[in-house]
Design a protein around this ligand. Structure first.
Ligand code: ADP
Ligand code: PRP
Ligand code: MG
Length: 221
């Protein structure tokens, strides 16, 4: 049989390629786990580790909570931005790993007077991948918005007249600057969290606990 299923012996960790995978590697090392292949060069989506009972699934960042919620992975690492959009159902979120740190912000074109538009009660067109977070933010401010769902390159939307504003994650601000945009409101700080399937936490607690403790120790700043 070629099918792959999480069983009671195996621990399955869901990670996304790029910054989350790279920043999780040192935490795994602290738990004595070394991933044997590099997802940037390998086409494999299930990566073995030095521990025959631990394997890593490589999935899209926004899919990590889904794999863990349904128990296809026992645990995973996901940004707070992604978890807020997902809703967190079926997930235990025990540890802030302090990795992939950034903030969720509102940004507009350099020439756009955001404060006046808000004060005058203008209806704003907001392009974002983070519709739930954006909806909650503008509802709390009492600002009427038309949300335009995008899947990436949000910075482009105000430049071509698709939207007045964007809601996106900002770290250095380089992407905004490179595209003649300015940050006008910080919505919240973002970092990545360890998430655990609630059933796995009960059924596999003995196997999971030492790893969770090692992650917690290694992630303390
Ligand atoms: P995606 O392909 O979905 O954009 P990323 O690897 O870029 O995936 O992002 C994964 C997580 O890292 C995001 O959910 C967010 O929490 C965080 N993040 C995104 N962009 C940045 C950034 N520029 N700097 C630091 N953290 C970031
Ligand atoms: C993220 C985010 C912003 C940028 C912000 O993009 O969507 O575009 O980082 O970071 P900065 O403030 O340091 O410029 P990412 O690098 O993840 O590219 P992608 O998601 O479009 O692949
Ligand atoms: Mg990204």
């Amino acid at each position: 049989m070629n099918t792959f299923q999480a069983d009671s012996q195996q621990l399955i960790l869901a990670l996304s390629k790029g910054r989350i995978f790279e920043d999780t590697l040192p935490l795994l090392e602290a738990a004595g786990i070394t991933v044997s292949e590099n997802p940037e060069t390998s086409r494999k989506l299930i990566l073995p580790t030095n521990d025959p009972n631990v394997r890593v699934l490589i999935v899209r960042a926004t899919d990590v909570p889904t794999y863990v919620q349904h128990g296809a992975a026992d645990f995973g690492v996901a940004g707070k931005d992604v978890l807020l959009e997902h809703g967190g159902e079926g997930l235990y979120q025990p540890i802030d790993l302090h990795i992939a740190e950034c903030r969720m912000s509102v940004a507009v074109r350099n020439g756009f007077d955001y404060e006046t538009a808000v004060r005058q009660g203008a209806r704003l067109r907001v392009a974002t991948k983070f519709v739930e977070t954006a909806r909650a933010h503008f509802a709390k401010k009492g600002v009427h918005v038309d949300l335009i769902k995008l899947y990436g390159s949000m910075e482009l939307a105000p430049l071509v007249g698709l939207s007045d504003a964007i809601v996106d994650v900002v770290s250095t601000g380089n992407t905004l600057r490179a595209n003649d945009l300015k940050e006008v409101e910080a919505i919240m700080d973002i970092s990545s969290r360890l998430i655990v399937n609630q059933a796995a936490l009960k059924m596999k607690r003995e196997r999971l606990q030492p790893i969770l403790e090692a992650f917690e120790r290694a992630s303390k700043k």
